[in-house]
Design a protein around this ligand. Structure first.
Ligand SMILES: NC(=O)c1ccc[n+]([C@@H]2O[C@H](COP(=O)([O-])OP(=O)(O)OC[C@H]3O[C@@H](n4cnc5c(N)ncnc54)[C@H](OP(=O)(O)O)[C@@H]3O)[C@@H](O)[C@H]2O)c1
Length: 307
């Protein structure tokens, strides 16, 4: 498995992460098999959030780690706080960040998180409060590194103004079939919809600031509308993916991941599959470096146009 140097110099992570949003639905043995397969493939980074199945995904994960007798040092554990679905709000208050993180540590049965992310921007954020919470979590040894998710450059700047800790990650939706943050950069100053900057040029900002982008929903189109791989709604894209996969001797899943990895921002892909074979297929991307021409051909086959 290829690795990404985050920070740089803060930590080294596997280029592929296993997202645990959907694992609550699995039988215990299937969770064990999924985690074992991930580790066998060098996928040592696990992504959680306190809201996944209302905390059950973290519990299911911890139970499996215990059954398998895994050591804490074998894994890099990340989770997220800041969404309160029951209250219909986002919450970056000091009180909530601290309490929610304690809940995560308990459910994951660990004394520390390698990474804590703020899940979705809270319109009422007070950066000084976030700073107090992060300081407390860091000095207690409960959280080693911090980042955000779904945030634009000015939101990150605002937080960073009060934070001594460098924000290392920004987790954002990105797949071949969901590329607004790439489209806008290609269509600068055009009048078409592709040119709309919806994210404040977050991709370039993250590269400038050495923030590692994590791609969530790497196989979905729309907002959880479905998977584009082998989907008849995407005939041109699948034709190209299948051809390149055949040429490279890997699966279309591997090519979909390799397309994300080919971007020079060194993006980490957060898989959401619960199928061990798909984890193996995705890990097949490690031997694939797409050419510039292949990358653009796949991008265009997804329905994107160049100016
Ligand atoms: N920060 C955020 O706001 C945010 C939002 C959403 C998700 N996330 C994170 O991102 C992770 C990934 O999200 P996701 O689950 O939506 O991503 P995904 O990997 O794009 O989708 C996985 C889903 O697609 C299904 N699938 C069907 N055919 C597939 C194929 N050929 N290849 C791969 N998957 C196929 C999987 O089914 P099987 O399980 O049956 O394989 C699974 O249900 C989550 O686990 C979570 O950690 C973060």
């Amino acid at each position: 498995m290829r690795t990404i140097n985050v920070g740089p110099g803060a930590l080294t992570v596997s280029e592929i992460s296993l997202g645990c949003m959907r694992i609550d639905k699995l039988e215990a043995a299937a969770v064990d098999q999924l985690i074992t397969t991930a580790l066998d493939e060098g996928v040592t980074f696990f992504d959680h959030a306190d809201i996944y199945a209302a905390g059950k995904s973290e519990e299911v994960f911890a139970a499996s780690v215990k059954r398998l007798g895994l050591k804490r040092e074998q894994m890099v554990l990340q989770s997220k706080v800041g969404i309160r679905p029951n209250l219909g709000m986002f919450d970056f208050s000091k009180e909530h960040i601290l309490a929610a993180t304690d809940g995560i540590l308990k459910r994951l049965n660990t004394d520390h998180l390698d990474v804590l992310l703020l899940h979705r921007p809270d319109a009422l954020v007070e950066p000084e409060e976030v700073a107090e919470a992060f300081d407390q979590l860091q000095s207690a040894g409960k959280v080693l590194n911090f980042g955000v998710s779904n945030q634009n450059p000015m939101q990150i700047e605002l937080l960073q103004k009060s934070l001594p800790q460098k924000l290392l990650f920004n987790q954002l939706q990105l797949s071949i079939a969901f590329t607004p943050m790439i489209d806008a950069g290609i269509h600068v100053n055009n009048k078409d919809d592709f040119a709309l900057v919806r994210d404040g040029s977050i991709l370039d900002y993250c590269r400038l600031k050495d923030i590692t982008v994590q791609a969530w929903s790497p196989f979905q189109y729309g907002f959880f509308e479905g998977v584009f791989l082998d989907n008849p709604k995407f005939p041109a894209l699948n034709a190209v993916l299948d051809r390149v996969a055949k040429e490279r001797g890997v699966t279309n899943t591997a090519i979909a991941v390799a397309w994300i990895s080919r971007h020079p921002a060194h993006i980490q892909t957060i898989l959401g599959t619960t199928t061990p074979q798909r984890v193996r297929d995705a890990a097949g991307s490690k031997g694939v470096e797409l050419s510039r021409q292949e990358w653009y051909e796949i991008y265009r086959a997804a329905g994107n146009v160049l100016p």
